[in-house]
Design a protein around this ligand. Structure first.
Ligand code: ACO
Length: 324
């Protein structure tokens, strides 16, 4: 196929782990409630000197090392984040500078928890049209910095981190059913539900950074329906069936959403990569972070058919099928 293929991955987490019990000492919650409703047992929280850009840079370095490439091999950096270091410039330009690959294309994509899917699609499209040979696609977040730490309904759900993949253009058609590449992607957005999950601040409205606000139960309901629908669309477009998928790497918001979506599609629980218990919801970072975790522990292997999927604020949602 003509398009792009995934060469390697990397991820990065802050130094500090925060357990549910530590949160229970700050707000009226319990380890039992959090584990039962979400599956989350702990999260990583960025400390002094750790920002979205530093985590993204560490993940990008790990992804480059994973496929034996250096900064000079990268033409395009697309960074998905809802928590940039600054309103501008794009955090991607800070990463570009830190890596030392100045001169190419670098910009951020804002699609919250679906950000990595949007960034992957943008980078894949740019490589298909010859705008570069290789791209770094990064999802990186420091959601701890936009949480209302007195609101138990949201502060227990999120964590910080970053994940990255390297994509390479393949101009020559490679033959066969099992040829590697980004096979099919579908993205959606529906702004009608923007007030179910949003940040109550911003440069053009309050001139403050603001805090995350979420009507969790309603988000949950939309998530299961939207994700099942978009997964079916991608399977149809790629002309494969759910049984052909080796691994699903979903956005890690809530273990119950992962279970419900897999069940709706008839995908066995064992084929779903779950890291929410360890990382919590890291928004745009969660898919590449989970993917890198499962590659490094040996579950996801070369040749596997992998489905990425995510849904987030906006609402935005999407899925992408990749043969490694
Ligand atoms: N500890 C203890 N009790 C709590 C907590 C807490 N941390 N949070 C809420 N509660 C209470 C509520 O106050 C409520 O009490 P009440 O019945 O006395 O009013 C009760 O628990 C039930 O609250 P619900 O919100 O109905 O609980 P639910 O079972 O729906 O679980 C959750 C909440 C975990 C947020 C769930 O709805 C969820 O995961 N939603 C989806 C979130 C998501 O997927 N986001 C994805 C996108 S994220 C992004 O894009 C940035």
């Amino acid at each position: 196929m003509i398009g792009s293929r995934l060469l390697g991955s990397g991820s990065a987490l802050p130094r500090r782990v925060v357990t549910n019990d530590e949160l229970a000492a700050r707000v009226d919650t319990s380890d039992e409630w959090i584990v039962e409703r979400t599956g989350i047992r702990q999260r990583y929280i960025a400390g002094e000197g750790e920002t979205t850009a530093t985590l993204a840079t560490d993940a990008a370095r790990a992804a480059l090392a994973d496929c034996g490439l250096g900064p000079a091999d990268i033409d395009i950096i697309v960074l998905a984040t809802a928590t940039p270091d600054n309103t501008f410039p794009a955090t991607a330009t800070k990463v570009q500078h830190a890596l030392g690959c100045n001169g190419g294309i670098a910009f951020d994509v804002a699609a919250v928890c679906s950000g990595f899917l949007y960034a992957l699609c943008v980078a894949d499209s740019m490589l298909r049209t010859g705008m570069g040979r290789r791209a770094l696609v990064i999802g990186a977040e420091t959601f701890s910095r936009i949480l209302d730490w007195s609101d138990r309904t949201t502060c227990v759900l999120f964590g910080d981190g970053a994940g990255a993949v390297v994509l390479e253009a393949q101009g020559e058609a490679s033959e066969g059913d099992k040829a590697p590449g980004v096979l099919a992607t579908r993205l959606h957005a529906d702004g009608a539900s923007h007030d179910l999950l949003y940040v109550d601040g911003g440069p053009s409205t309050t001139q403050t950074v603001g805090h995350l606000r979420m009507k969790g139960r309603e988000v949950f309901r939309h998530a299961v329906v939207n994700l099942s629908d978009v997964l079916k669309e991608v399977l149809e477009e790629a002309k494969v069936s759910a049984e052909d998928i080796d691994w699903v790497v979903p956005h890690q918001a809530n273990a119950r959403i992962l279970d419900a979506t897999a069940k709706k599609l008839g995908i066995p629980r064992e084929k779903v990569i779950v890291t929410v218990h360890e990382h919590a919801n890291t928004s745009a970072a969660s898919v590449p972070l989970a993917f890198d975790t499962a590659r490094r522990d040996g579950r996801i292997k070369p040749g596997d058919l992998v489905m990425f999927e995510a849904m987030g604020g906006g609402f935005t949602w999407g899925a992408s099928l990749v043969r490694l």
